[in-house]
Design a protein around this ligand. Sequence first.
Ligand code: PMV
Length: 289
Amino acid sequence: MATWSAPGKVFLFGEHAVVYGKPGLAMAIQPRVQVTVRKARHPARPRSSYIQECFRETGVRGTVYVRSQLPSASGLGSSAAVTVATLSAINEEFEKGYTREQVADLAFSIEKKVQHGLASPTDTYVTSFGGLVLIRGPERLRLPPRNIPLVVGNSRVSHNTGKMVERVAREREVRPAMVNAVLEAIEAVTEEAVGALQNPPELGRLMNINHALLEAIGVGHPALSRLVLASRAAGAYGAKITGAGGGGCMIALAPKRARGRVAGAMESCDAQAIVTTIDTQGARREAHA
Ligand code: PMV
């Protein structure tokens, strides 16, 4: 029996622009998914298609038990975390000898297959390695970890990443001058943010700008706007959509004294609030009780 866990992730800056080769800044967060795998000759078929693919790709058979602190399909990378934790547990239980890079690469190819080619390598990379990751074209740069405490607000409005990516692509066809200018502005915000990671008030202002730019390209949602405004009114330095938008989650950066108030403000908008910070471990082996 082997148990591994892997963290969720948020996009701090640059979502959508990253699809067009602009930089994106993502961070692993503390809520985790934990997966136990045990060898079995005639296991039941796993319900998750990600887990089915993990067994198919590695050519082994086993039972799986999943516990998750991450809401699924909300943009916090739960499918990537499940895939990486399952592959890591298979790796130990069946002595496959994969490196962490190999697990991350295999997890990405599984995400791509299950999501019909629409996955970006961001989620699987961040959940495998943890920390802060700057994506720039084909490069994935691990930045020195910083404590960036966040309040994540899950709007509970379901969204579809592929559809939101398509919506931006269509908008770009209709209004190329405007959308390209916004994507460039998002790039400038992300680059500034990389230099402001130790300055929370400045980082908050940059989040507010990034949020407005995301709304300009059509990935806002009234529930997310409400959460962003409520967080700012409750004392956050800044707040924005995180991930694909159109539903899913937003994040707020708040001084310590305001974090509880920001979480309360989100909950009074019917959202789930998660107070969290950076995870620096990525996928890790869990001891058995
Ligand atoms: O909703 P998420 O966290 O999977 O983020 C999607 C981010 C996009 O930039 C919109 C797409 C991508 O694959 O990077």
